[in-house]
Design a protein around this ligand. Structure first.
Ligand code: GTP
Ligand code: MG
Length: 449
């Protein structure tokens, strides 16, 4: 692993600066070949200090004016010698500087290779390494906070505590196997089976998959209602953009139209749909199919009924389709004289909250945003990554199996499941992982990180 890697760490395109990053035993040598300090340095390249100068190619031709910093091991991101060269941004300066680094003997880094080295060199565990990418990808303030919590080792600490509890149980079993005459089997089983079940329960409680997905990717909200109910107007009003066409003609929206808003730091994905009705128009029919698909995939459905006209049989038929979904009923066009009592409208979707909204009076949208925020906010989630959720769930299953084996006095079988549970937990922090898993985790990274 001692070879020296290099990559551009910044996104391509016009921007203030571009950063070329180098890591490995040869980082200082590569830096010296590519970087000419402007003034005479009194010492060799200093560590952790920014130096002004120029990037040059193999023939000595100047590529760009730049700043460079050398961070000697182990005080660096990878715990190896790391150098970073800051060129101007844009398309060429960083690329030509990278080419010069490669000509000087560095190898192009693979996606995530810097962070992989940080993990392999013991600076961070696997869960923390993944958090780096999560942080880079986070689009909602809440997702950023969760990623930072993971980078600080929150989930790792939770998993390590669980692993410790498990070691305690395994130790008690080992003692029983080694000295069967000391403690009778019954006592061991009575003591240990409940401890296994309790640990399984605590792991299961941490597995809120839906909540984790909403936090990572945003709350999926689909609009539903008859043509002309005011769906597209609401999408435009909530996003503050002119995303969907609005006309008094029923059946205006054909395709699904998406918008994104941030509510209290939570990402909310809005999908406006074609008004649902029976139609012979083949285009509109496809739109109606797409609308139904959006409804099936939604976490929350906003059911819009025109509040300026009495609810109709069509509204009732539509409402019946929403059984079992999380629905907020919106009586639209609240600026017009109301023709529907809230209590009456509430009967459309029993149990749903009813709000009056008007796109012409944005203050009427505040209660709706508040309801969405309640649904999107996830304060108490420990685990947010699919890979972690999967491993914890497997650990819990093995613990449950071990508990029933224990109740049947089958200590050896229980041990096998306990070991499997321990391994599943180890996958999260990277204490017990195979090369293949690492390839999968780091293959998902961007180059230069
Ligand atoms: N007064 C008033 N009119 C509204 C309001 N919201 C929508 N409208 C009007 O209602 C009509 C239909 O609005 P749209 O937003 O296109 O309705 P839609 O539900 O998207 O309709 P389809 O795309 O046909 O399914 C338009 O003439 C809008 O100007 C509102 O809050 N107040
Ligand atoms: Mg529309």
């Amino acid at each position: 692993m001692s070879d020296t890697i290099a990559a551009i760490a910044t996104a391509p395109g016009e921007g203030g600066i571009g950063v070329v990053r180098i890591s490995g035993d040869g980082a200082e040598r590569v830096l010296k070949a590519v970087f000419r300090p402007a003034g005479a340095l009194r010492e060799a390249m200093p560590s952790h200090r920014m130096v002004y100068g120029a990037a040059v190619d193999a023939s000595g031709e100047k590529i760009d004016e730049c700043l460079a910093v050398l961070m000697r091991a182990p005080r660096s991101y990878t715990r190896e010698d790391v150098a970073e060269i800051q060129t101007h941004g844009g398309y060429l300066c960083a690329r030509r500087t990278l080419a010069a680094c490669l000509a000087a003997g560095a190898r192009l880094a693979e996606p995530g290779e810097f962070t992989r080295r940080a993990f392999l060199n013991g600076r961070i565990d696997l869960s923390q390494a993944e958090a780096v990418m999560q942080l880079i990808r986070s689009r909602g303030e809440q997702a950023r906070q969760a990623a930072l919590h993971q980078l600080d080792g929150g989930p790792s600490a939770f998993v390590r505590r669980a692993a410790d509890t498990l070691y305690g149980i395994q130790a008690a079993i080992a003692a029983n196997l080694d000295y069967p005459e000391e403690v009778p089997d019954e006592e061991v089983a009575e003591d240990l089976a409940p401890r296994m079940t309790a640990l399984a329960e605590s792991l299961e409680r941490a597995c809120d998959e839906r909540g984790a997905r909403i936090l990572r990717e945003g709350l999926r909200v689909a609009f539903c209602g008859r043509p002309n109910a005011g769906k597209s107007s609401l999408l435009n009003a909530l996003t503050g953009e002119d995303l969907a066409i609005v006309t008094p003609v029923p059946g205006t929206t054909r395709d699904t139209v998406r918008g994104e808003i941030s509510v209290d730091g939570c990402l909310v994905l809005l999908t406006d749909t074609a008004g649902l009705r029976e139609t012979d128009d083949p285009v509109e029919r496809i739109g109606v199919e797409r609308a139904r698909k959006a409804l099936r995939e939604a976490d929350t459905v906003l059911f819009l009924a025109d509040g300026s006209v009495p609810p109709s049989a069509e509204d009732r038929a539509l409402a019946a389709e929403l059984a079992g979904m999380d629905v907020i009923l919106l009586l639209t066009k609240a600026d017009l004289p109301a023709m529907t009592e809230e209590a009456e409208a509430g009967k459309l979707v029993p149990g749903a909250e009813v709000l009056r909204v008007s796109c012409l009076r944005t203050e009427t949208l505040a209660p709706l945003l508040e309801r969405l925020s309640v649904r999107a906010k996830k304060d108490t989630l420990t685990l947010t990554q699919p890979r972690h959720l999967d491993a914890v769930r497997r650990a819990a299953e093995h613990l449950r199996r071990a508990a029933s084996a224990m109740e049947e006095r089958s200590v050896e079988l229980a041990s096998v499941d306990l070991l499997a549970a321990q391994q599943a937990l180890g996958e999260i922090t990277g204490d017990a992982v195979e090369e293949k898993l690492l390839d999968r985790v780091f293959g998902d990274f961007c180059v230069g990180k």
